[in-house]
Design a protein around this ligand. Structure first.
Ligand SMILES: Cc1cc2nc3c(=O)[nH]c(=O)nc-3n(C[C@H](O)[C@H](O)[C@H](O)COP(=O)(O)O)c2cc1C
Length: 323
């Protein structure tokens, strides 16, 4: 199951943990990297100092490669962040909402690979033209901020557009080895998995989040601007229903994030000890793969299972083609 993504990131398996803000902290990141995948810290809701602490804690748990994802940063802050990321020994910087060319150049000077999240073909072309080393083709099924194009349409189109220049990683509702095998069949070089990794003991969440993941059906998510001001796929709940029915306009990002945080609707970054969480109103990003998740599985075991399942699927494909 080795692909050119494995060579570039210096990992064993083409499975990447999404850098989920509020969820992908050191224990989860280290568990995925230790299992031969690629752990990625979700630093979007961390302060600079917390990000440095988390990177140090990750390095203490594993000597394997890991990356850091920043959804966005104020102008000027991104440079300081990537310098700290390189100093901490990570080998990739993931830009959730785009990355200026001068930051790409700085990353390269510091020896960091640059990975960009893409929901449209032109995003991928622009990212590669700006010097990004890997693109993630994220379909609308994905949890968190997401676009409108479905993975089955998006992945091969991005592969055709930039796959001769950089590795393409598939994202959106990938839960298991069937998803990995399918992504490889579409021409991707690996997978970037979010929601499935929330249902692990190592993932950081507030109380009730993992229970909701296990009990929600595949049609139980919705894309809304209600929490962040940007289109974001979340577990549907009373707050979202009321917001959508009211016809209210969300404040532009990041204003709506600040608003919902202040109103006690957004505890991303909190843990089991966080008080004041009402699951019927809380911000719980998740993808459409949610309906296929019915147990918590340790993250390292999940990586091993995904590889074993993908090998079975590739054996099935071979037997079909040889008949
Ligand atoms: C709880 C949560 C938080 C997320 N936070 C971020 C983030 O901070 N930066 C980012 O680039 N993507 C973020 N995402 C999107 C993921 O990187 C990834 O693309 C997505 O989870 C893949 O789809 P899946 O959840 O169906 O596996 C987040 C997703 C979730 C579910």
């Amino acid at each position: 199951m080795r692909t050119r993504l494995c060579d570039l990131l210096e990992i064993e398996h083409p499975i990447m943990l999404a850098g989920m803000g509020g969820v992908s902290y050191n224990r989860l990141v280290a568990a995925v990297s230790d299992a031969g995948g690629y752990g990625c810290l979700g630093a979007s809701v961390m302060s600079h100092d917390q990000m440095v602490e988390e990177m140090t804690a990750t390095r203490a748990l594993t000597d394997k490669p890991f990356g850091v994802d920043l959804l966005t940063a104020a102008p000027g802050d991104m440079e300081a962040a990537v310098i700290a990321i390189a100093e901490a020994g990570a080998n990739a910087f993931v830009a959730g909402l785009g990355v200026p060319r001068k930051v790409v150049d700085l990353c390269h000077e510091l020896g960091l690979l640059v990975i960009n999240m893409c929901g449209r073909v032109n995003h991928a072309i622009d990212a590669v033209d700006a010097g990004c080393d890997i693109v993630v083709a994220q379909g609308t099924e994905a949890g968190g901020h997401t676009g409108r194009v479905a993975s089955f349409a998006l992945i091969p189109q991005i592969v055709d557009a930039v796959g001769d220049r950089v590795p393409v990683v598939a994202a959106g509702a990938i839960n298991d080895g069937r998803g990995l095998a399918a992504a490889l069949c579409l021409g991707a070089d690996g997978v970037w998995i979010g929601t499935r990794f929330i249902a692990t003991p190592e993932a950081r969440t507030v109380t009730g989040y993992k229970d909701r993941l296990l009990s929600t059906d595949s049609d139980g998510t919705v894309v809304t601007r209600a929490y962040t001001g940007k289109t974001c796929r979340v577990i549907n709940n009373d707050y979202v229903a009321e917001f959508e029915a009211s016809g209210a306009m969300a404040d532009p990002f990041p204003g709506q994030v600040i608003k919902t945080f202040t109103e006690g609707l957004n505890h991303l970054g909190g843990d089991e000890d966080t008080l004041g969480v009402d699951p019927t109103r809380e911000f719980m990003p998740a993808g459409q793969g949610i309906g296929g998740i019915d147990e918590l599985v340790p993250a390292g075991e999940l990586v091993e299972r995904i590889i074993a399942e993908a090998k079975i699927v590739s054996g099935v494909l071979e037997s079909i083609s040889s008949n």
